[in-house]
Structure formats: C-alpha cells, structure tokens
Ligand binder design. Structure first.
Ligand SMILES: C[S@@+](CC[C@H](N)C(=O)[O-])C[C@H]1O[C@@H](n2cnc3c(N)ncnc32)[C@H](O)[C@@H]1O
Length: 267
C-alpha cells in the first residue's frame, strides 16, 4: 500500500519543485485591510508545515500579530509539523477538517482572515463539499478569504493521464481519494453559485536528466494520479520515457505544470 505522506514528501523534496513557494507568494499578494489588531490564519492539511512556514513568513511582514491554527489528521506527520513550526502563537489540531469544523473550528466563527486549503480538496468526498464550504465561510471575517489550491487541468502531466488510464489495470490505489483538478472544483463552484476568482500559478516540476529520472517520474505520476508508482513503470515505462523526451532541456526534464489558485471571498 502506498504511503501517502512519504509520497507527498517525495514530491516536495526529491526533485526541484517550488510549489509551496509559489503558492505562498500568491497568498502574500492578496489584499487585506492593514492595521488590523490581529490577523488569524487557519491552515488545513498542513502536512509537515512547509507551506505553513512560508505563508507565515510572508504574512508576518504585513500583518503582525498573527494567530495560527494548523489542522493535520495524520499522527506521524502531525508530530513533524509541531517540531517544524515553533512559533508560540500556533494552535495545532490532530484532526481532519470535517471534524475540526464541527467543534474546535466553531469557536473561530467570524474571526478568520484567511483559511487555506492547499492540495487538500481531493481528501474530502464530493458530498461533503457544500458543508465544508458553507461552514468555512461562517468562520471568515467580512474581508476574510478562503483560499483553495489544487493542480490545474492545464498541466503537461494531464497529457499522459489517458495513456496511463488505458494501460494500468488497477486504476487507483485508493489511498487518498480521486485525482482532482481545478476544473472539477470550478464546475462545482459554478453549479452551487459560489463566488470565486481563479488564477493559474505556473509551478513546473524539474528532474535531473539522469539514470534515476525514470523512477522519479513514475513515482511522481503515480502519486499525482493515484496509481501505485510501481505500476506506472511496470505497464507504461516506454510511454513515460517518450513523455519525458518531450520535456528535456539542458540536462533537466522540466514538466510545465500549473496550480489553480481559487479565492472565495466571504459569500
Ligand atoms: C498534499 S498534502 C498538502 C500539504 C500542504 N497543504 C501543501 O499544500 O503543501 C495534503 C495534506 O492534507 C492532509 N489531509 C488528509 N485528509 C485530510 C482531511 N480530511 N482534513 C484535513 N487534512 C487532511 C494530509 O494528511 C496531508 O498532510
């Protein structure tokens, strides 16, 4: 069985991806009133705190003092998160978002300036999206924003998805929900009458073009598209190699990839 947390750490660390830095910069560009007596930042699915730490550094330039609430359900990851984010004004919750919203989260009703759901939505079953979005909205201040970040449909990685779908017999390993793209969320926001803005954040993924690249790319595709990484290599190695060949550039393989950055203002 795949280990979701190790696979995600692999995606963030084992090759050159500035996904978190790019997302944090986009959060830093959002407009909030200055001179607030206090700023409240809620981070859902914090993992080991890479994005959280970057966002905190950026927000601290404009909006001190900041109260931070981090929600992370995986116990092992939660311990790493606590060790990594050491500011004393952080409150940590070892809970999933749905549970957190029903009890501890309610105490923040009307007080949250920014609620961040970065690369988390595929963990929430679709039937729970209306409740999640409504309950999140209740937490926001009048100028508050719910930020949702997810892989975009406009990424090169999606080009190989149909090939993998046709060749790999076990479509998903079911460890962490379905492969979800920004366009799926956009359809839902449209149908539910939810106000949002969307920005595409170019966030390429780089691999060194060496002997280990095939394993690395299979692992990355497996993680992002919900296959066992071994199956990607077993059933589609030649297709992955052809795909890699299209994106070779000066000793590197650079896959153009985008994150969709949605901002849901107070509805
Ligand atoms: C892909 S990581 C994203 C980490 C970070 N937010 C980022 O953008 O880099 C998803 C995180 O969400 C957590 N997660 C999984 N199910 C969740 C749930 N129901 N509620 C909140 N977080 C969840 C996972 O444990 C993992 O740490």
């Amino acid at each position: 069985m795949a280990n979701y947390h190790k696979d995600y750490a692999f995606l963030m660390d084992n090759h050159y991806s500035k996904q978190a830095e790019i997302a944090a910069e986009a959060i830093g560009r959002l407009d909030f009133p200055r001179n607030l007596p206090k700023f409240t930042y809620v981070d859902i699915g914090s993992h080991v705190g890479k994005l959280t730490g970057l966002v905190l550094d950026i927000l601290a330039q404009y909006y001190p003092p900041i109260d931070v609430h981090c929600v992370e359900p995986d116990s092992e990851t939660f311990q790493e998160l606590q060790a990594n984010i050491r500011q004393k004004e952080v409150i940590f919750y070892n809970a999933n978002f749905q549970h957190w919203l029903r009890s501890p989260g309610q105490s923040l009703s009307g007080r949250v300036d920014i609620l961040v759901n970065s690369h988390t939505f595929y963990h929430y079953p679709e039937y729970s999206w209306p409740e999640i979005i409504q309950e999140s909205d209740k937490l926001l201040t009048p100028h508050g924003k719910h930020v949702v970040i997810i892989d975009s449909a406009g990424s090169s990685l999606n080009e190989i998805k149909p090939v993998l779908d046709s060749k790999i017999p076990n479509k998903r390993h079911d460890a962490f929900g379905r492969f979800l793209k920004g366009s799926d969320l956009e359809m839902y926001f449209g149908s539910a009458g939810i106000n949002y803005t969307r920005e595409e954040l170019p966030s390429p993924i780089h691999f060194n073009d060496n002997e280990e690249a095939l394993d690395g790319v299979c692992h990355m595709l497996g993680f992002v598209m919900r296959y066992n990484p071994d199956d990607v290599k077993k059933y589609a190695a030649k297709d992955v190699q052809d795909f890699m060949a299209q994106y070779k550039k000066g000793g590197m393989i650079v896959f153009p990839r985008n994150q969709d950055f949605f901002v849901l203002p107070k509805q």
